[in-house]
Design a protein around this ligand. Structure first.
Ligand SMILES: O=C(O)C(=O)C[C@]1(C(=O)O)C=C[C@@H](O)C=C1
Length: 366
């Protein structure tokens, strides 16, 4: 018997128990990965040009995990763990290249990692348009682009990019956005006279900046990560960016969570070249142009009421072609394969000048 105090022996016994559990988890993880490899083989036998990433199936797996979770780990934490397990399994089937609005360290990259896990290959692009082009050209399987922020509203450039693209929406990601003021570790915060960030981030932290740095020059740049890159070499500057950017560019966070609204979040869209099957809890996005006649908008929206389809967003944008004065970007709950959505689409097509389906995709799970 060890002469160590009881609590050490109890500790050692518990560690033995953990070792036994880890051994089981390790075995099961490799069994699961082997299954995923067999799934890949089955997909290829069915279709030599098989699509390996299946967002509908991943959403179903993550929902089941959350539904049966008994704790002590929180539902979202367990789902994030399984998100990573599926990411590792998918990488055994086929590595996924995902374009995002860069550079490295942007919230868009954080959204891509949240959705695809750490095993995807993230490819930074300088503009939203470039993300679309990279996926259209087949250089990347998927892309992630920002579409709306809870404080600043919709990102028009993303909506307009869909007008001239054949890409489909494959998924959506919700990301809580925390802004931090950061600077180079060699800088003296008292010398800060210029603050860089994306124009949306400067706007989301306006009140904080007015209170803390009323006289600092505010310079809008393409992205928060670009702002972080700049301050690495400027002794009198600071950047507003996410935690990931501070890590990426080895910066010191002077103040964290400086956003004016505590529930500040951004929604991102996952874009791809193929349609997504039904997952059981889906959303559909359309672009609808209306005939220039009285009551046209009412006629478009009436079928949603009649068929009890839940509209989640309606945005108006100027049309890119002369024939369309305005187009409507409409999101609603349901999948194109659902019977009531098929009825809805028939009625919309009777009254609209034109309808462009952007896709049906799983409602964000984590
Ligand atoms: O079920 C599949 O189609 C799989 O490829 C397996 C799996 C998984 O790990 O659960 C992996 C990748 C897919 O995106 C979906 C699920």
């Amino acid at each position: 018997m060890s002469d160590k105090p009881n609590n050490t022996q109890a500790l050692l016994n518990l560690r033995d128990e953990i070792d036994g559990i880890d051994k089981q988890i390790h075995t099961l993880l490799n069994q699961r990965a082997t299954c995923a490899q067999k799934v890949a083989e089955a997909k290829l036998q069915d279709d030599p040009n098989a699509i390996f990433y299946r967002p509908e199936r991943e959403a179903q797996v993550l929902r089941k995990i959350q539904e049966r979770n008994q704790g002590p780990l929180a539902d979202e934490d367990v789902a994030r763990l399984f998100r990573q397990i599926m990411s590792a399994c998918l990488s055994l089937e086929k590595s996924q290249k995902v374009a995002f609005l860069g550079p490295e360290g942007t919230f868009c990259q954080s959204a891509a990692i949240k959705h695809f896990g750490d095993w995807m290959q993230s490819m930074p692009m300088t503009t939203i348009d470039e993300v679309f082009r990279e996926v259209e050209a087949g250089a990347c399987e998927y892309g992630v682009v920002p579409v709306e922020n809870s404080t600043e509203g919709v990102i028009n450039y993303t909506l307009d990019s869909f007008l001239n693209s054949n890409l489909k929406i494959s998924g959506e990601v919700e990301l809580r956005i925390h802004h931090n003021l950061m600077t180079a570790k060699t800088n003296d915060p008292k010398n800060i006279t210029r603050i860089y960030s994306h124009q949306q981030s400067l706007a989301q932290c306006r009140k904080w900046l007015d209170a803390k740095y009323p006289n600092a020059e505010r310079v809008a740049v393409n992205s928060n990560a670009e702002a972080a890159k700049r301050v690495m070499s400027e002794w009198n500057s600071a950047a507003i960016a996410g935690e990931m950017a501070a890590e990426q560019y080895d910066l010191l966070i002077l103040n964290d969570k400086i956003e004016d609204k505590p529930d500040n979040s951004t929604r991102f869209l996952v874009i791809g070249r193929s349609e997504v099957q039904t997952s059981g809890k889906d959303k559909t996005s359309l672009i609808i142009s209306m005939k220039n006649q009285p009551g046209a908008l009412f006629n478009i929206l009436k079928p949603f009421k009649d068929l009890k389809v839940d509209l989640t967003r309606v945005e108006t944008r100027p049309s890119s072609s002369s024939t369309w004065a305005y187009v409507f970007f409409i999101d609603f709950l349901g999948h194109l394969e659902d019977e009531n959505i098929q009825k809805l689409m028939q009625q919309i097509k009777q009254t609209a000048a034109d309808v462009k389906v952007l896709g049906s995709y799983p409602v964000a799970v984590i």
